[in-house]
Design a protein around this ligand. Structure first.
Ligand code: A2P
Length: 349
């Protein structure tokens, strides 16, 4: 069995990484089709030494496609994912559009691969910040249960796309060359969909996506709702504060958890992380060893360190969790879902 695979949004920050992940994947493949907007049609991309030409996305693009990886924004997924499914493809969608649909599995392969069995053609890739948090917390949840978690994120600009990365670089250069902060040009962040824009260079913006219910942003709601769906437990208390910082790639998170059961301690938590699939323990304060965003770039794993017992709460722990948001947070998790679908024989060819 060999699959025809399409990448939708192949010229974007995530799409480019999807192509890299497909170059490394064990998934047996026939053809790889690269799709983007009309603007990019004709652009050439090297894939495993061959030249592939980007094509304009149209409904007929999916004829003969078995697996379609989408990362071109929620509206494109809304419009074209059903077109792909109609033509027999399985869709792995990186946008938030289908994530909370009860018919659509929301999957981190290390955590809930069994949910793939219920798929009806579309599988959702969770939010980047949620994914790395799940990789770190699932082994702890399995061992001791999770009563609550409080997370603050320090998110890279690549999560907002290639143009946001360019905006950070341009503003940083302008500021260093003497442009005052109030004269820096900002057109994208904090959210392309919101009215006001602020500089990200040398700044920290406590807004990712637009504001929603109870003055939480959608990004914060995504972390709250997706955690409960992936862990299949609505009783976990989750709250998030999501912050954009001037880092190009690699999301960092400060996570506080309270476990349910008795018997945990820091060394047991560290052992669980050290053995967890997809996680790497980097925790040695005496040697200043802890996860860092820069070091996470181009790595598929989630790095966990700074694990400490809370000062006042016996069952409370703090940790620092870092991963490449374009890889485990997006492109790698999507390709890993495709590999898992293949291993579980869930791609209908
Ligand atoms: P294009 O480069 O042709 O605009 P990013 O998240 O880095 O901004 O990337 C978004 C991706 O989604 C790009 O590959 C972009 O292609 C693609 N995209 C945006 N609008 C469309 C559209 N109308 N049809 C197909 N692909 C689109």
């Amino acid at each position: 069995k060999k699959y025809n695979v399409a990448v939708v949004g192949a010229t974007g920050a995530v799409g480019t990484k999807m192509i890299e992940m497909l170059e490394e994947t064990s998934l047996p493949m026939n053809q790889v089709k690269l799709l983007a907007s009309k603007r990019s049609a004709g652009k050439e991309v090297t894939f495993k030494g061959q030249t592939l030409v980007v094509e304009e996305l149209v409904p007929e693009s999916f004829t003969g496609i078995d697996i379609a990886l989408f990362s071109a924004g929620g509206n494109i997924s809304k419009q074209y994912a059903p077109e792909a499914v109609k033509r027999g493809a399985v869709v792995v969608d990186n946008t938030s559009h289908f994530r909370m649909d009860p018919e659509v599995p929301l999957v981190v392969p290390e955590v809930n691969p069994e949910a793939l069995k219920r798929h009806k053609g579309i599988i959702a890739n969770p939010n980047c910040s949620t994914i790395q948090m799940m990789v770190a917390l699932e082994p702890i949840r399995q061992a001791y249960g999770l009563d609550r978690l409080i997370v603050s994120t320090y998110q890279a600009v690549s999560g907002a796309g290639i143009n946001a990365m360019e905006e950070l670089k341009t503003q940083a250069l302008a500021y260093i060359n003497g442009t005052p902060a109030d004269k820096l040009e900002a057109n994208i962040l904090p959210s392309g969909g919101d009215k006001k824009h602020y500089p990200i260079a040398f700044n920290a913006l406590p807004q990712i996506d637009v504001f929603a219910e109870a003055d939480y942003t959608y990004e914060e709601w995504k972390m709250i709702n997706e955690t409960k769906k992936i862990m299949e437990d609505d009783s976990i208390k989750v709250v998030a504060t999501c912050v954009r910082i001037p880092v190009l790639s690699g999301h960092s998170e400060s996570i506080y958890i309270e476990v349910k059961e008795e018997g945990s301690d820091v060394s047991k938590i560290k052992d669980l992380i050290a053995k967890a699939p997809g996680a790497i323990l980097q925790d040695d304060p005496s040697q200043q060893i802890y996860p860092q965003a820069l070091a996470s770039i181009d790595r598929k794993e989630t790095f966990v360190g700074r694990i400490r017992q809370d000062i006042d709460i016996d069952k409370g722990y703090h940790m620092w969790v870092v991963s490449d948001n374009l890889l485990k947070g997006a492109a790698w998790n999507s390709v890993q879902i495709a590999e898992t679908l293949h291993e579980m024989d869930l791609v209908r060819v």
